[in-house]
Design a protein around this ligand. Structure first.
Ligand SMILES: Cc1cc2nc3c(=O)[nH]c(=O)nc-3n(C[C@H](O)[C@H](O)[C@H](O)COP(=O)(O)OP(=O)(O)OC[C@H]3O[C@@H](n4cnc5c(N)ncnc54)[C@H](O)[C@@H]3O)c2cc1C
Length: 396
């Protein structure tokens, strides 16, 4: 007998959609998920998950599985990209784990995604690939979901988790993604293949003028994951198609040798121009709610976009459980509660992410002042991170 007597359709099977499907199915809902891609999958790069995410994975019984293929780094280390001087560190050891109630870890995206999809499948979610959701309309208490094969599916509620370029977001807001002018290059390679002499116990971020470079281990330290981000001259010049590989080496030419060496080991056949969206307060259109990147895509500087989607999932399932009378959820009330709880939090991640990027990318005197602030930071204090890593959703 289902705990929740309800049917939910989810559009999008990324980390957010898979997590939401799992959380709702575990709460007893019947869940149908449509993914546009022919197969479930994720780009083969790394992901950092702070304790705000690991506590949720623990509550779903998935933390041990993802930790088994991941790495728990010793520290987050911030270095100046030009001098390679260590400016400040965050110790991720026992005191950190006790304070935040969970570990900080890094994982291969596909490992986390596969764990979520596998658990969702086991929980009975109806999973469809190769089906694009083209529309969701509300008819009284029903959400009518149309897919690109012309089929319609009726449910009590629909969750749109179709990512940064969400087509379903147009139902609540006419805005477009906002280009940051920065572009990311990634690379994840077997450590032996790369042959770089890097310390693979930490997440290391080199921050510099208009650029930064991140290194961390994956898969028990057998792989090196790297991300290089820089302001694209092509974007500044108004080019339509910006961020090409020719820009990459020049962007890091002024950086320390360790950074330049690392930059040689990135994929050059694909790159990710960085976009976010202006924060919006309302994510609801009748019986549909936007969540994950569709609702609140941040720039990646706080390493929390995927975790926001995990938080959305646990929050929605928590309010659905609490708002069900005799197993029947009052969806219009529940969607309002989730929107009210999540929008201030996720919008803060967007706006703080933008500021954090500005701070990392400073040049000249401002860079020197930033470095001094980082050097004198009280490394025993949590005052800058409690809001991010200490949060638990009221409804979960
Ligand atoms: C360089 C980089 C580094 C990052 N690092 C981190 C990090 O360290 N930690 C962190 O927490 N976050 C990080 N993020 C952010 C994180 O990747 C995203 O926030 C997260 O993946 C969003 O998940 P989502 O499921 O909401 O959206 P997506 O991952 O975009 O998934 C959307 C899914 O919907 C499908 N889809 C799209 N349209 C339709 C449709 N109409 N019908 C059906 N399916 C559809 C897509 O195929 C896709 O599978 C990073 C992002 C970038 C770019």
């Amino acid at each position: 007998m289902s705990e929740l007597s309800t049917h939910v359709v989810i559009a999008g099977g990324g980390i957010g959609g898979a997590a939401t499907a799992l959380a709702l199915a575990r709460a007893g809902a019947r869940v149908t998920l449509f993914e546009r891609a022919p197969e479930f999958g994720e780009v083969g790069a790394g992901l950092q998950i702070g304790p705000h995410g690991s506590r949720i994975l623990e509550s779903w019984g998935l933390l041990d599985e993802v930790l088994a293929s991941g790495v728990q780094p010793d520290n987050l280390v911030f270095r100046d990209a030009i001098t390679a001087e260590t400016l400040t560190t965050v110790d991720l050891g026992p005191r950190f784990r006790e304070h935040y109630g969970g570990p900080y870890f890094v994982t291969h995206r596909s490992d986390l995604h596969a764990a979520l999809v596998g658990a969702a499948r086991q929980a009975g979610v109806e999973l469809f690939t190769g089906r694009t959701v083209v529309d969701i309309v509300t008819d009284g208490p029903r959400a009518i979901v149309t897919t690109d094969d012309g089929a319609t599916c009726e449910a009590d509620v629909a969750v749109a988790m179709d990512g940064l370029k969400s087509r379903l977001r147009a139902k609540v807001s006419p805005d477009d993604p906002v280009a940051s002018g920065y572009v990311a290059y990634r690379g994840a390679f077997p450590r032996d293949e790369v042959g770089l002499d890097v310390d693979l116990h930490d997440v290391v971020g080199y921050i510099g003028p208009r650029c930064h470079f991140i290194q961390y281990p994956l898969r028990g330290g057998t792989m090196l994951n790297q991300v290089a981000v820089f302001e694209s001259p092509g974007y500044r010049a108004g080019e339509q198609d910006w961020g090409h590989p020719e820009e990459l080496d020049a962007a890091f030419a002024h950086c320390h040798e360790r950074v330049r060496e690392g930059v040689r080991h990135l994929w050059r056949d694909r790159w990710w121009p960085m976009y976010d969206r202006e924060p919006v307060e309302n994510w609801i259109d009748g019986r549909m709610i936007l969540l994950g990147d569709a609702a609140h895509p941040p720039l990646q500087y706080l390493a929390s976009g995927a975790v926001m989607a995990l938080e959305d999932a646990t929050c929605l399932a928590g309010y659905a459980r609490a708002g069900a009378s005799g197993g029947i959820p009052d969806w219009s009330q529940i969607l309002k509660q989730v929107n009210a709880e999540r929008a201030p939090r996720c919008n803060r991640v967007i706006t703080t992410g933008r500021m954090w990027g500005e701070l990392w990318h400073l040049d000249g005197t401002a860079r020197l002042a930033r470095n001094e602030l980082f050097r004198v930071r009280d490394t025993e204090s949590w005052k800058y991170t409690d809001w991010l890593w200490g949060y638990s959703c009221a409804g979960s």
